[in-house]
Design a protein around this ligand. Structure first.
Ligand code: ZN
Length: 172
């Protein structure tokens, strides 16, 4: 069954033929972060897909993954392209490297998940909170409920983790 929702004035449609995405977001709606693990090589993958990107095996199963990691990179958006985000700029888009499977299958690889920086309640973080976040910030996943059956995985500062000074682009 397709999933439809309205998020910040934008229509979101998740087509039922996108089998892996529908399953991924079905787990997200239950606030359960799950990814596919390959039945042949056991590696977990993201984004959801039909076959393992490392060994091409089509068989997988969904496993619970700890939604904690460090900011690997970020973009601070000052000029929102989407009108819905205009009032929320500047805001952060984070690329978060999970602790799970870090350095596998090679030392340069990891599971890296995109999301916005939010407060702990899943609402987009204000500029003063965004200023505290940069490369290396420890974050944890939160789920933002936007419609019945649809929640977006987002990132908030992990208040239980020790935080070193993050790297931020100089001058901004
Ligand atoms: Zn595999």
């Amino acid at each position: 069954m397709a999933i439809e929702a309205n998020y910040l004035g934008m229509r979101i449609v998740l087509d039922e033929h996108e089998v892996e995405n529908v399953e991924y977001f079905r787990h997200c709606a239950a606030h359960d972060f799950r990814l596919q693990a390959c039945r042949a090589c056991s590696l977990v993958r993201y984004p959801p897909g039909t076959a393992c990107p490392w060994c091409a095996c089509p068989d997988s199963h969904w496993v619970s993954v700890d939604g904690r990691g460090s900011v690997h990179s970020y973009t601070q958006v000052h000029q929102a392209i989407q009108p819905a985000f205009k009032a929320l700029a500047p805001y952060l888009v984070l690329l978060v490297e999970l602790d799970t499977q870090k350095g596998k299958p090679t030392e340069h690889e990891a599971l890296r998940i995109v999301g916005n920086l939010t407060r702990s309640d899943g609402t987009l973080a204000p500029a003063e909170l965004a200023q505290k976040v940069g490369v290396g910030t420890r974050v944890r996943m939160v789920f933002c409920d936007i419609a019945p059956g649809l929640s977006l995985p987002q990132w908030t500062i992990d208040e239980t983790a020790p935080q070193a000074s993050p790297w931020r682009y100089p001058g901004l």
